[in-house]
Design a protein around this ligand. Structure first.
Ligand code: HGY
Ligand code: MN
Ligand code: MN
Length: 411
């Protein structure tokens, strides 16, 4: 096969254009699933897909697909590339968008080169991968893979009280296709690592062989509001203190083991949230992850036991609500090997790596062979406007995606 290269300039220009869509008044990138900002990003992506001559298909949970099927019969299972374009709050411009735009770039490059693949190719942008507005994360790809009932997914209530299905209709992305309307031959997702390993160890690429398990829950602690000045410490039923103890327990749990277990409390609210009132209620989220399923279950059980003891000691009541739970995933060894071979053919230093973050690929792996390609994240930073990957690495990743896609599509 000739050494084809994708159009790096076009890819980088689109990344920066999309990165400007969905900025709030403070200039932060906030393109939450099914919001007006998400609509603006989706509209821009749809325009680029049209420019590339792809057929746009949207399914009932808002997943967008740009299809190139003129090459073969429409019935042939496509090679699917992609990721997501929804973001977290105050996001970087690469998380998700890089994989979608690189997938689009790969297909556009193959079309422009006049190649005739043996099977169709498509690029997807899955709905609500981040899970910031609606739980669970990877909701769109999970529904597409048959892991979540469509009606349940559409009824998902957001942190702002909105309902996903109504929001998708409002922004014009409640599509006609049933989730799973196409069955991929294989799925490959290019993504920034979002961690420190590749940069710290001097690798240019990561061939992602597995992805860790994820456990999300919301914890509500109810104590008794009381006067901050008149209430003796021994008489308090302080929901805020109980929450603080739970957070410290989680950090101890994750750091005590020299395992890769990680624990995060990313969202915390106190009520009535007044300087001189002992908090009556504390609500916080727990994000627990581990590549080993048994250890993840042990961590969940240890935390549940801690909450029970905490309730008795602090005189509070504690309830939990599960928001997401995904087991660790092993990716397709054949595709992982082809990623390593494509990197080697281009003289790129590549190592096998575990994904600490959740990705749509973990859901696609339920229905087809799937794997991921990582490029380094500067200082290992992500979910932060300082997220950055040098253009050289972005181009290298996209060219390896091109090679792997060509191998899978037979062109
Ligand atoms: O939470 C995650 O790992 C992903 O960014 N949704
Ligand atoms: Mn992502
Ligand atoms: Mn993310």
């Amino acid at each position: 096969m000739t050494a084809l290269a994708m159009n790096a300039e076009r890819l980088l220009a689109r990344l920066h254009t999309l990165g400007q869509i969905g900025r709030d008044k403070a200039g932060r990138l906030v393109r939450l699933a099914a919001s007006d900002a998400d609509k603006a990003g989706r509209d821009q992506l749809a325009a680029w897909m049209a420019e590339a001559g792809l057929e746009l298909a949207v399914d009932a949970i808002g997943n967008m697909f740009g299809l190139w099927r003129e090459a073969t019969g429409p019935e042939a299972a496509p090679v699917l590339l992609g990721s997501h374009i929804d973001s977290v709050i105050d996001a970087g411009i690469y998380d998700g968008c890089y994989g979608v735009l690189a997938g689009l770039e790969v297909i556009q490059t193959l079309k422009e080169a006049g190649l005739r693949p043996a099977r169709p190719l498509a690029v997807a942008a899955f709905t609500n991968e981040e899970g910031v507005r609606y739980a669970p994360d990877m909701l769109g790809s999970l529904t597409f893979a048959g892991g979540l009932d469509l009606a349940v997914a559409l009824a998902s209530v957001g942190t702002d009280g909105s309902v996903l299905g109504a929001e998708l209709s409002r922004i014009g992305y409640a599509g006609p296709h049933a989730p799973g309307f196409l069955r991929p031959h294989a799925y490959v997702e290019l993504h920034i690592e979002q961690g420190p390993v590749l940069e710290r160890e001097g690798w240019q690429l990561g061939a992602v062989e597995n992805l860790q398990g994820i456990s999300w829950q919301r914890v509500t602690i109810d104590g008794v509001a009381n006067h901050a000045g008149t209430t003796p410490m021994a008489m308090r039923r302080d929901a805020g203190i109980a929450a603080a103890r739970a957070m410290l327990f989680l950090r101890g749990l994750a750091t005590a083991s020299n395992h890769p277990t990680v624990a995060t409390v990313g969202s915390l609210a106190l009520e009535p949230n007044a300087i001189n009132v002992i908090p009556a209620r504390a609500t916080f989220t727990v994000d627990l992850r581990d590549p080993d399923e048994a250890r993840l279950q042990q961590a969940e059980a240890a935390f549940a036991a801690h909450l029970a003891a905490l309730a008795a000691e602090e005189g509070v009541s504690i309830s939990t609500e599960r928001l997401a739970r995904f087991q660790p995933v092993l990716f397709d060894a054949g595709i992982v090997a082809s990623i390593e071979a494509a990197a080697a053919a281009r003289g790129l230093r590549c190592r096998r790596i575990t994904s600490g973050a959740g990705h749509d690929a973990q859901m696609l792996a339920r229905i087809c062979p799937a794997a991921m390609i990582f490029v380094p994240s500067a200082e290992g930073i992500s979910h932060n406007p300082r997220e950055h990957t040098p253009p050289r690495d972005l181009a290298a990743g996209a060219n390896v995606l091109l090679e792997v896609a060509r191998g899978l599509a037979g062109c």
